[in-house]
Design a protein around this ligand. Structure first.
Ligand SMILES: Nc1ncnc2c1ncn2[C@@H]1O[C@H](COP(=O)(O)OP(=O)(O)O)[C@@H](O)[C@H]1O
Ligand SMILES: [Mg+2]
Length: 277
């Protein structure tokens, strides 16, 4: 198993200003969740159900108040800050809604960065500058951006920026990709492109965990877990997984039809005016 969570709890304690007592929020109330290599899982649930809390624990950004979490064979709850940072850097590839690319830095340099700051195990040698470059180029090729290596983020579309972020997430060959609403800032076409890329990476064996609000996007994954009030209330396989690239070409056709229909409608509307002139 890549991910093995048992009885994960997270309690937030807040000091109340009005009274002496502290307020306790049970954000996760004993979640069991496992995922193996090659899975593509959506995390769903209404606002406040505990998705971000679960993401933070999955991403080793936060520790649970109770339960155990084993990632790629490492028991994370017992690990110290150093090991925690190592796991975060080497085992998890983060993809965020807002891309989080460095603005004055090319696509290639953005992807090289995690290799530069790569945490090494004892005895592991540092990659040479040339090796780092080769790995970054390979990751950008995997997301179809080999012709945009020297572009700045501002010279790329939103979808291309998210591709750079995905290349950056993959460059350290993590155990899984953790994506938080990865298409939240993208239009329909780019969203389908990114979902198509995730599906292709998943077919090549990448394990992906994605938080999403949208059932239409969850339909491109293979399994959906749903949280409610801090509990995992449903865990089911997606039957009839949709193909994002098929949906993209259908969407483009419909779009082109709509565009030409409105163009001819405009042309028709202009006839009387021209006759008047
Ligand atoms: N840092 C925090 N301190 C106190 N309560 C929090 C904190 N983070 C989240 N919560 C509470 O925990 C519950 C789950 O929140 P969250 O994980 O953000 O849900 P979701 O991402 O599904 O909207 C909510 O009731 C929220 O108010
Ligand atoms: Mg949230």
């Amino acid at each position: 198993m890549v991910i093995e969570m048992r009885g994960i709890k997270r309690i937030y304690k807040m000091e109340s200003k009005q009274s002496e007592e502290s307020v306790v929020v049970r954000a996760l109330r004993g979640v069991d969740f496992s995922a193996g290599e090659g899975e593509f899982v959506s995390v769903m649930g209404p606002s406040g159900s505990g998705k971000s809390t679960l993401m933070n624990i999955l991403g080793c950004l936060d520790k649970p108040s109770g339960g155990t979490y084993t990632l790629d064979g490492i028991e994370t709850s017992k690990s110290n800050a150093d090991t925690f940072a190592y796991i975060r850097n080497r085992k998890i590839g983060f993809v965020f809604q807002s891309f989080n690319l460095l603005a004055r830095t090319t696509a290639l340099e953005n992807v090289e960065l995690p290799l530069f700051y790569r945490r090494r195990e004892k005895g592991e040698s540092r990659d040479s500058a040339q090796a780092r470059r080769e790995k970054a180029v390979a990751a950008l090729r995997e997301v179809g951006l080999e012709k945009r290596l020297h572009h700045l983020p501002s010279q790329l579309s939103g979808g291309q920026q998210q591709r750079v972020a995905i290349a950056r997430a993959m460059v350290n060959d993590p155990a899984f990709i953790l994506a938080d609403e990865p298409t939240g800032n993208l239009d329909t076409g780019m969203t389908l492109e990114i979902m198509g890329l995730f599906q292709e990476l998943n077919r090549r064996g990448k394990t992906i965990i994605m938080v999403t609000h949208e059932p239409e996007l969850a339909a491109y994954t293979k399994r959906i877990i749903t949280l409610r009030d801090g509990e995992l209330v449903s865990d089911r396989a997606v039957t009839g997984q949709r193909n994002a690239l098929d949906d993209l070409s259908q969407w483009k056709q419909d779009h082109a039809l709509l565009a030409s229909a409105s163009a001819s409608a405009n042309a028709a509307a202009q006839v009387p005016q021209e006759e008047l002139a």
